[in-house]
Ligand binder design. Sequence first.
Ligand SMILES: O=C(O)CCC(=O)C(=O)O
Ligand SMILES: [Fe+2]
Length: 204
Amino acid sequence: MTVDHLLAWPGIRRTPSPALDLFHTRAFLDPTHCARLIELIDANRHPSTIADPNGDAYFRTSETCDLDAEEPAVQELERLLHTLTGIDPHHGEPVQGQRYAVGQEFKAHTDYFEPNGTDYQQYCALAGQRTWTAMVYLNEPQAGGGTRFKHIGKTFQPEQGKLLTWNNRLPDGRVNPATLHHGMKVRKGLKYVITKWYRERPWQ
Ligand SMILES: O=C(O)CCC(=O)C(=O)O
Ligand SMILES: [Fe+2]
């Protein structure tokens, strides 16, 4: 994907930082679309998991849903993401939904797989490393639930339909530690997001 392609999206904003390529845009999804995706997440959620477990049982306390690629709301989301990013849809992992109740979070992590981690071979042998991440807030909790990029001191607040996207790699192809981010604790209400990860090579 080229950054120029992203910049053609009306209303896209780049976070001014030399450390990483990070963009956001408001109202990427409309409220009806968000509500339908929330319904799908609620119908099929289970405790979230992590790669390279680090011994902290409270590292990621949310619930996850693998969304059904046949659902019209998921297909429409995929179509919009393709228009936004220009990334070949075959390089995408299936879309996931995440739900956080009060007190739940996803502590500071990177979306790429640690190149020397124990799980790298298992997760990356076929499709390669994660390249770009796209995430969309589907609602707005009453308090908390921001996404904090610690290295650059930037926190995004959840807002229904707002999209974030960033490049997990550096221009030379190595992973970028400055993409470290924290899905912070929800203090009041619920938080729903979708996450979409792209790979170097086609998925499956
Ligand atoms: O919920 C958030 O704000 C961040 C989610 C996230 O980083 C992830 O699912 O990888
Ligand atoms: Fe993440």
